[in-house]
Design a protein around this ligand. Sequence first.
Ligand code: ZN
Length: 401
Amino acid sequence: MSIIEEARKVLLKYPLCDHCLGRLFASRGFMISNEERGKSIKNVLFMEALNSAAGTYDEGILAALAKSGHRESLLFLRRMGKAIEPQPCFICGNLFDRINIDDIINKVKGIINEQGIEFSSFQVGSTVNRGIIENEVKVSTELGITSSESIKRELNRLIGKALANKLGKRYSRLNPDVVVRVNTSDGSVSVEAMPIYIEARYRKLLRGIPQIGESSVASVAKEAVSELRPLNVVLHFAGVEGPEVRVLGLGRPMIIEATRPLRRSILEGTVTRHGVQLLNLKAAGKVQVREIKSKAGELRRVYRILAKLYGGVSDEQLRSLEDYFSNRQIRQSMGKGRRVKLIYSLRVIPVYGSVLELIVDTQGGFSIRRFITGEGTEPSVSGTLGVKVIPIEVDVLNIWY
Ligand SMILES: [Zn+2]
């Protein structure tokens, strides 16, 4: 069926405004607005229905056009003594006539100025009454039309274009700085600044610094992004360590998420404060947050542990420890769960008397302390040596990401 035949069938059944008729054929043509498309189709139907030279006309389709608000059909029928009342569009109830785009723009401007939101790109998300969506789906499925576009998309584009012109900002569907939400049923508007994600690695150069809480890695990170003036700061770490553990080497990966920020210029480089270093700060996305969470337990890491032996151990035993923990699986019970992890290598460096330094290259996601003491862990350093072993100091030397 041609566009015109399909349109005739639709209009004989439902009165539709130019926008909603045009939108049914949105994939046809190029650089024509839905409104122009709808109006053009109605004009062609009008010309087909009315042959002035022969003095003939098709009253059925002219009446349908008049009901759909086609002015020329309405005037012609009126001249023929037939008064037809235009009816509200079956799909949108003439929403496009009611929507006040200037008013929306003013409201958006008001919110942005009042809150002082800095942004260079935006996206529009509009909501419409459910009945409109239902009617839209009803019409296109009933007539088997597959070339249509959703009303929300047309509204977002119309409002987006007007806003881009008036605000001098870029419309970005995929990665906007702010989202402008428009409720088309009551004309209310909200503006939400999208979160900023910053990736970094942190090093803890001193002991006694917790990951979160007071005087922590988190508080240094929050301070570092305070210039963005966010509503809140959420931190995503690739794994955890206790306050007494130093984190050295390349540091532990983290993402700083600044929610609803008023400013968007991202700090880059390195920040050092209170024994915490944030390295390689740079812009990231939400994808990296998912990545860091899913990979955290898998990340390979190297620990340095200073441990004290409570019992005599021979040099031979210490050497055999290195052989034994070469690519060795260990099982550790964590609450109700049980984890199987791989120790890639373990190196023993006697320090003095009963103090040892251990360098352990391993998978992450288990307690390294309990691997030393033997608590809930099989095999362990303590279990293998047959004496009590207690870690004095733990450092993360590196985390591979
Ligand atoms: Zn409509």
